[in-house]
Design a protein around this ligand. Structure first.
Ligand code: ZN
Length: 318
């Protein structure tokens, strides 16, 4: 290759996403035994075509799936790939999982994840929620010190459901004050201490009873709870032996004694809302998955290779 071409190639490589780079790394090395076995199986399919379902040798190429050649049997009409009916079929998927998780950590939408991993949209959807089920269970079990609490609203959505239980939203509807139009908005409570331990819950409402039920045993005694002073938080503080600092946003009291405020939680909500926009509205029944995903990503120490490896190990066991 002439030097100018090489320079051009290098420049183009800089535009690749992380998971594309990893794919190229793997491809250049070409040493992993699974892909070698797969290419051997694929070669064998060319040399000695055989349908794994009916053993007919009359087969046609039929597009690609999971980066593998797909075939269709002329005799029984079924489709298959070289690994069909071999123990490699499941392993091949598991290999792609790490790529898929990386795509998710890049906050890619379903279609992009599917394209990069060479899987179809249906599989992409299944995998997303399978992988998300894990981070959604990762939340702080205990908070202490200065604790900030606030809730934010998400529009109720039955996106993807075949039958709607109520008429769809009109465009341009704005958030109402809390406690009103309960069916249209879903309150999400975020409680975060200064060590960034974060607890989050989707609530049916923001009553004292609900807050108490959700947070019982999670807030260390004598901690300082900072809130916007909504009556449910006052009652919650009393019930749990917490010191309560009441901020009054509208009245201009945003910080008390320089340290008591809810600006971390509010900034967290802003980041969350901005991030979730890329999914163009998420179904309420999956909202906890997206919240967990963001919580996981918003903690930088979660994003190192070890944690990723740990997640993969847990998935391997499923
Ligand atoms: Zn067949």
């Amino acid at each position: 290759m002439i030097p100018a071409q090489f320079t051009k190639l290098m420049t183009e490589l800089e535009n690749l996403t992380d998971s594309q780079v990893r794919y190229i790394e793997k491809w250049l090395k070409g040493t992993d035994s699974t892909s070698q076995l797969i290419s051997e199986l694929e070669e064998r399919m060319v040399e000695k075509p055989e349908c794994p379902h009916c053993h007919s040798s009359l087969i046609n190429r039929h597009g690609k799936v999971n980066k593998m050649q797909r075939y269709r049997c002329k005799n029984c009409g079924k489709t298959f790939v070289a690994t069909t009916a071999t123990p490699l079929a499941r392993l091949r998927y598991k290999e792609l999982w790490l790529d898929y998780i990386r795509c998710m950590l890049d906050s890619k939408v379903l279609r992009e994840c599917a394209k990069e991993c060479g899987i179809n949209l249906k599989t992409s959807f299944r995998w997303r929620h399978r992988f998300l089920a894990l981070p959604s269970t990762l939340k702080a079990s205990r908070l202490e010190g200065i604790i900030e609490a606030d809730e934010t609203l998400f529009p109720y959505s039955e996106k993807g459901a075949k039958k709607l239980s109520r008429p769809p939203h009109k465009r341009g509807m704005k958030a109402q004050k809390r406690g009103r139009s309960k069916e249209d908005w879903v309150p999400v409570l975020t409680v975060r201490d200064r060590a960034k331990n974060t607890y989050e819950a989707i609530l049916p409402d923001v009553t004292t009873e609900t807050l108490h039920k959700e947070l019982v045993g999670k807030l260390e005694k004598d901690s300082v709870l900072c809130s916007d002073g909504y009556k449910s938080y006052i009652a919650l503080s009393e019930k749990n032996d917490l010191i309560h600092k009441r901020l009054d946003m509208a009245g201009g009291i945003k910080v008390i004694d320089k340290v008591f405020h809810i600006q971390n939680v509010n900034a967290y909500h802003s980041r969350l809302k901005l991030w979730i926009k890329r999914f163009h509205g998420v179904a309420t029944k999956y909202l906890h998955h997206y919240l967990g995903w963001f919580r996981y990503m918003d903690t930088p120490e979660n994003l190192n290779e070890n944690r990723l490896f740990h997640i993969q190990q847990q998935l391997m066991g499923t």
